[in-house]
Design a protein around this ligand. Structure first.
Ligand code: HPA
Ligand code: MG
Length: 212
């Protein structure tokens, strides 16, 4: 039986933190409801994921594939932690990087249509930002199959508990979150909020202001 990857579970009644308790860019002051996952917690959890990934990879060369744009912060921070482990251990894993761009969201809704742009040498994978319905990830895994990779592993910072899920579960998960639309740490709402450190819940004002 496949074991479910353990992760930090954020419950449905989690209220998050008042914006005033953290540093938020002034231009987003009215556009957010709460800080949901503070940046420091994201970093601490990512550091541990790096360790788990290293342990799991054995001596395999890895091609770390970043799913843009939403995955770029998680990818960069995860790789920084892996690099730290690589230079401080007797055992290290050679690593190359690649990037792919996927787009499936308009406003806070999945369009159902997934556009793939870029990527060349796709033989292993790490660093996806969010698994919501899982449809995008399933499509990407189908695409990767064509390259006959020895092994494909998926790391996702967030997995959403949603009835719309197709049941996909990544190999490494940072946080399991309720079915809310979240932004920040490279996650966007119509391209906005990527320039926000914390993962936050968008306000109604924010949804209206940045509507496509
Ligand atoms: N936030 C940003 N992008 C997303 C989300 C989300 O909650 N779900 C799927 N793509
Ligand atoms: Mg997006």
């Amino acid at each position: 039986m496949a074991s479910v990857s353990p992760c930090v579970v954020i419950s449905d009644d989690e209220q998050g933190y008042d914006l005033d308790l953290f540093c938020i860019p002034k231009h987003y002051a009215d556009d957010l409801d709460k800080v949901y996952i503070p940046h420091g917690l994201i970093m601490d959890r990512t550091e541990r994921l790096a360790r788990e990934i290293m342990k799991d990879m054995g001596g395999h060369h890895i091609v770390a594939l970043c799913v843009l744009k939403g995955g770029y912060k998680f990818f960069a921070d995860l790789l920084d932690y892996i690099k730290t482990l690589n230079r401080n251990n007797d055992r290290s894993i050679p690593m190359t990087v690649d990037f792919i761009r996927l787009k499936s969201y308009c406003n806070d809704q999945s369009t159902g249509e997934i556009k793939v742009i870029g990527g060349d040498d796709l033989s292993s994978l790490t660093g996806k930002d969010i698994i919501d319905t899982g449809k995008t990830m399933k499509t990407l895994l189908e695409l990767l199959k064509q390259y006959n990779p020895k092994m494909v592993k998926v790391a996702s910072l967030l997995v959403k508990r949603t009835p719309r899920s197709v049941g996909y579960r990544p190999d490494f998960v940072g946080f399991e979150v309720p079915d809310k639309f979240v932004v920040g740490y490279a996650l966007d709402y119509n391209e906005y909020f990527r320039d926000l450190n914390h993962i936050c819940v968008i306000s109604e004002t924010g949804k209206e202001k940045y509507k496509a």
